[in-house]
Ligand binder design. Structure first.
Ligand SMILES: [Ca+2]
Length: 478
């Protein structure tokens, strides 16, 4: 009797483990590519000049999301949000100084969830916040419980800062700074990072560890300083670059809280603009080539057929629009991000979707794609149904929040919070519930956001509708 029971129990235990093992054996790897400060200036998003053949190749294998939005247009709050699956007002991280573990010490992050479900999780470079460039080569503000192993590449974009041109002496991270240099890709942090990631994949893929991998590759370019090899700058002759110049009167109807200004950047000459934009684009091409090396390695190691690839940027980026450079405002250029999801064998490979999606959707989407349970705390939506049917909508409006950076006459203390919603056609923005201004733009008639409809009496009905949509959006984002 004892033996029969024991054998029965053993059979049950064995069946459980072999099922668990085979389920794990079938699980796809995840290559999670996060890019820093990249806007939608890419070939696959229709940019006439930028050459991004490798990201374009990924887009042909995957789905390109045309209306993807970050939840906060600055590194740390955006990354804390997408890695935890909570909105910024829920993580409590509303600046580069915050730490999501202060409010949520036990929260399971995206990669941690994969580790808890049998994955080997690797970080290379910037996934959580890093001060760029000074913290390159360190762990930055990492979350150690999110990874099995990490690597911190460092290249000449950190070690040779004295050669970088900058608008503010001695500053390279928060200000525009750039350097084009005769060099090999692998002299740069991103070139080194790609090679390191490939070695880690070779050492830790399933045949070596028995586990699928979740490899998070965080590229630093095109964040400032825009340091890039001369062979990429040659792709962008200065006379082919057509910078956006500030339209006279554009700012007259914009609330001052909305204008995250660095005054010296508004006075750049045309030739300075061209030189700066050339370096930004050359940095994109360096990062793109590094993406290509990773995709080539997946092919060479015969892992492509069982690896999901995600590509996104932490927020958008201005190159002169509204007189603004960089990020941290709530216009379309800062809120919108590139996002590509590629799943081996997907039926809609090469298609795009205009569904409104958010970076906070990455966590539930990847959990769904890999057959993992979705933790109850997640606030985003799985995009798997959209990947099946690109017309499908998962929300009425995409939500982004940011602390005001603009000068507010008479205001003292902490700057007010701005909240914006993007619908298919409009963007509506409130600064401190409207106390410091409202904005309403119609992208169908005004793609450059030149006319703030919130200032017009004729649009009061539309304004009321948007206010009510903001209220209902805030129900789940706060
Ligand atoms: Ca960033």
């Amino acid at each position: 009797m004892f033996f029969r029971n024991y054998n029965f129990l053993r059979a049950v235990v064995f069946a459980f483990f072999s099922l668990a093992y085979s389920a794990s054996a079938a699980k796809p790897n995840v290559l999670f590519i996060a890019v820093d400060d990249l806007n939608n200036d890419l070939g696959c998003y229709g940019h006439p000049l930028v050459q991004s053949p490798n990201i374009d190749r990924l887009a042909r294998r995957g789905m390109r999301f045309d209306r993807a939005y970050c939840q906060y247009p600055v590194c740390n709050p955006s990354r804390a949000s997408l890695m935890t699956g909570l909105y910024p007002e829920q993580t409590g991280v509303l600046s580069n100084a915050g730490d999501f573990r202060r409010l949520h010490p036990g929260i399971i992050t995206l990669s941690q969830h994969f580790m808890n479900n049998g994955y080997f999780a690797v970080r290379v470079g910037k996934i959580y916040h890093y001060g760029v460039p000074l913290q390159i080569g360190t762990d930055g503000k990492d979350d150690p419980s999110s990874w099995n192993t990490v690597a911190n590449p460092i290249g000449i974009d950190r070690t040779e800062l004295e050669s970088v041109a900058t608008l503010q002496k001695g500053k390279y991270g928060g200000t525009l700074s750039w350097r084009i240099v005769e060099s090999r890709d692998e002299d740069h942090t991103d070139g080194k990072g790609a090679l390191k990631a490939i070695r880690l994949i070779e050492e830790h893929h399933r045949n070596k560890t028995g586990k699928p991998f979740f490899l998070a590759m965080g590229f630093f370019r095109p964040h400032t300083p825009y340091v890039a090899p001369a062979h990429y700058a040659k792709l962008y002759p200065l006379d082919k670059i057509d910078p956006v110049m500030e339209k006279p009167g554009d700012r007259d109807d914009i609330p001052s809280a909305a204008l995250a200004d660095r005054a010296h950047q508004r006075e750049l000459t045309l030739s300075q603009r061209r030189e700066i934009i050339q370096a930004y684009y050359a940095s994109i091409s360096l990062m793109d080539a590094s993406v290509g090396k990773l995709l080539d390695a997946l092919d060479r190691l015969k892992l492509a057929a069982n690896t999901i690839v995600v590509f996104f940027s932490d927020h958008g980026y201005h190159l002169g629009q509204h007189g603004l450079w960089q990020k941290s405002d709530l216009f379309e250029g800062s809120a919108r991000v590139p996002l590509i999801l590629s799943v081996p064998g997907m039926k809609n490979a090469g298609r795009d979707s205009e569904s409104l999606v958010e970076l906070i959707d990455l966590y539930p989407t990847l959990a769904d794609l890999c057959g993992l349970p979705k933790p109850a705390h997640l606030k985003g939506q799985s995009l798997v149904p959209v990947m099946e049917e690109p017309q499908l909508k998962v929300r009425q409006a995409a939500f982004t929040v940011s602390n005001a950076r603009g000068k507010i006459p008479g205001h003292k203390g902490r700057k007010p919070l701005g909240r914006t919603i993007r619908t298919n056609r409009y963007r509506y923005t409130e600064w401190d519930d409207g106390k410091y201004g409202l904005e309403l733009y119609d992208y169908q008639t005004d793609p450059n956001e030149y006319t703030n409809l919130a200032k017009r009496d004729s649009d009061k009905k539309l304004l009321k509708q948007m206010q009510s949509l903001m209220q209902s959006t805030r129900e789940h984002t706060r």
